[in-house]
Ligand binder design. Structure first.
Ligand code: SAM
Length: 276
């Protein structure tokens, strides 16, 4: 008798899906914000799946977490205070805390259950447990930044797709609030979806951010489990050019290097043709 196979599938578009074969389901719950699923898989190890989409996996998380963190943090000559919005899995916090220069990292995640399930089943939080520099707050990131002024060197928006509670994280008014919450030479970086599948969204994010920040740049990275495997990040900066690393890397990485940092801002022709 052939063995029954269990597959978890994200429908990336109505006509395209990515499926991974799973060993077992570890956790399943519908929180007030989203459906949360944690599975163990053959190809990617443990996988966090929210509202039908792959969020992070043990085996490919380093592409995304290193690029969303080290590009902005190394573009700033002395970042001390960092705000992460979303990112409840803890991967971005782990990368931030590798920087010795950081004095405080505040993670504002709307969904307590994502933090709890990630602490239980993913290895990120345990790697920085006891570090006095970080704090997790369960709160809506949109409302949180409205209450801050001249406070952070860098804001990282590590959000879900622009639907439900994350929709407002892609708006011009949110970027204005982030501008006010940043210090005079601060930077904002947001994950901005797939250059191949979501070109018009990236254009909208860039146009909105350009209205608020004097410098706005886009960079890209592979992320194997995200739609099309090719991802983008958009940076708004008050002073520094985010494509130029300003400090030396003090620790081991798996994907990020200073050359990758600079090269990631070189965009392909089809994006330039699309006005990006
Ligand atoms: N790396 C992932 C990706 O791009 O698919 C994102 C990972 S992280 C798990 C995304 C988190 O953003 C989710 O846990 C979600 O609850 C959180 N989130 C969505 N909207 C939010 C908001 N308005 N404020 C704070 N957190 C939010």
């Amino acid at each position: 008798m052939p063995e029954t196979e269990l597959w978890l599938t994200e429908r990336q578009t109505p006509d395209l899906s990515l499926g991974i074969k799973i060993k077992e389901t570890l956790y399943r719950k519908t929180s007030p914000y989203q459906e949360i699923l944690m599975v163990d898989s053959y190809q990617f190890g443990r996988v966090l799946f929210l509202e039908g989409t792959f969020q992070t996996t043990e085996r490919d998380e380093f592409f995304y977490h290193e690029m969303i963190t080290h590009v902005p943090l190394l573009s700033h000559p002395g970042p001390e205070s960092i705000l992460v919005i979303g990112g409840g899995d803890g991967g971005t916090l782990r990368e931030i805390l590798k920087h010795g220069v950081i004095r405080e990292a505040i993670l504002v995640e709307i969904d307590r259950d994502v933090v709890e399930v990630s602490k239980r089943f993913l290895p990120f939080y345990s790697s920085f447990e006891g570090d006095p520099r970080f704090r997790v707050e369960i709160f809506d990131g949109i409302r949180y930044v409205q209450q801050q002024e001249n406070r952070f060197d860098i804001i990282i928006v590590d959000s879900t797709d622009p639907v439900g509670p994350a929709e407002g994280l892609f708006s011009e008014s949110f970027y204005q609030d982030c501008f006010r919450a940043l210090k005079k030479d601060g930077l904002l970086v947001t994950q901005s979806e797939s250059p191949f599948l979501h070109t018009s969204l990236i254009k909208r994010v860039k146009t909105s951010m350009e209205k608020v920040f004097p410098i706005c740049r886009i960079y890209t990275s592979p992320v194997p489990t995200y739609p099309s495997g090719y991802w983008s990040f958009t940076v708004g900066s008050k002073k520094y050019d985010p494509s130029i690393p300003q400090r030396a890397l003090e620790f081991e990485t798996k994907y990020y290097t200073p050359d990758i940092h600079r090269a990631s801002f070189v965009l392909p022709k089809f994006l330039k043709d699309a006005g990006i």
